[in-house]
Design a protein around this ligand. Structure first.
Ligand SMILES: [Fe+2]
Ligand SMILES: [Fe+2]
Length: 330
């Protein structure tokens, strides 16, 4: 980025060292400037004004509960189908990794003022409800083996999660990630065919939506201040995006099952996650970008075209396979 090129006087014998030091100082200064320019106090006030308090226990069907001492879990007890179980497991284990996400966003926004710290803590406290309500539901209804769930949580939390990005890419990451979890939770609830689960996942999705709105509008404000840097940050994030649950054991296989069921697939990622935010930020309508940002925006466009083509191929293959399966079953 142009603004990073602030360096001290060079001496022949330690040019590399001074370059690195100068670059680091410039980078840190830029990070501080960016995090200070986000209207975080206003966005936090707005968030607190619209977020409704809710209680996980209100959503749990405790009347279905039975004593695990007298009646241990057995594989015939779940009422959810296999794919719905997989989706619930992936979504819960993803939520379980909150210690990593807290550490991550604290690190990204740590150069911010008190309002930033209030936001990070408020966000963490709200996110904490998600694993509570989903786990309580699964344990009370016996829809997943509670021992497997606990072992999965241990494995995933111990693996940790990190995403080493600057403030602007951090805002792009959190915007896409909150929208992705909102859609994944919502679709998991619908797919479950259980009105209780659907209500729980809709409630959680509402939280994810408000979180997405906070980060989306924080980045929108930065687009007015540093448009070229934001376009570069968004491009980097879209090209490297991965779901935060990727450290879950067997994630690739589990994600493939969820894609096959249409809970989260390439089409959803392209149509319902990436494009709504890119449109909201008017990324492809902006003028006056510097050469690096123009170049990145071209890369972003090419990437989206390729993703769209891959999504189409995936959908066609899935439809053909379903067709074959249904004719074989007749
Ligand atoms: Fe969440
Ligand atoms: Fe979230």
């Amino acid at each position: 980025m142009k603004t990073r090129n602030v360096r001290g006087e060079r001496h022949e014998d330690d040019v590399g060292c001074r370059d690195e030091r100068g670059d680091l100082v410039a980078r840190q200064g830029l990070e501080e400037a960016h995090v200070a320019q986000v209207p975080v106090a206003r966005l936090l006030d707005r968030h607190v004004g619209v977020a409704k308090e809710w209680f996980p226990h209100d959503y749990i069907p405790y009347s279905l509960g039975r004593d695990y001492d007298k009646e241990p879990w057995t594989p015939d007890q779940p009422r959810l189908t296999g794919v719905a179980q997989t989706a619930f497991e992936v979504n819960l284990l993803t939520e379980d990794n909150l210690p990593s996400y807290h550490r991550l966003i604290y690190k990204i926004f740590s150069k911010g003022d008190g309002a930033w710290k209030n936001w990070v803590n408020r966000w963490t406290a709200e996110e904490g409800r998600h694993a509570i309500v989903i786990r309580d539901y699964l344990v009370v209804t016996r829809n997943i083996d509670p021992v497997a769930l606990e072992r999965g949580r241990m494995q995933n939390v111990m693996s940790g999660y990190d995403h080493d990005v600057n403030v602007l890419q951090g805002l792009a990451y959190t915007s896409f990630q909150e929208l992705a979890t909102r859609v994944s939770h919502q679709n998991t609830g619908r797919y479950s065919d259980d009105p209780v689960a659907d209500k729980i996942m809709s409630r959680v999705a509402l939280d994810e939506n408000l979180h997405m709105v906070f980060y989306r509008d924080a980045l929108a404000a930065m687009l007015e201040i540093a448009p070229s840097e934001v376009v570069t940050a968004i491009t980097r994030e879209v090209l490297t995006f991965e779901m935060p649950g990727s450290a879950i054991a067997g994630f690739v296989r589990k994600a493939a099952r969820m894609a096959d069921a249409g809970i989260y697939d390439l089409r959803i990622h392209h149509d319902d996650i990436l494009w709504p935010l890119l449109r909201y930020w008017r990324i492809f309508e902006r003028t006056g970008l510097d050469a690096e940002a123009e170049h990145d925006r071209d890369r972003l466009h090419r990437f989206l075209d390729k993703l769209d083509a891959s999504a189409r191929i995936y959908e066609e293959r899935r439809a053909a396979r379903r067709e074959r399966e249904s004719s074989a079953a007749k």
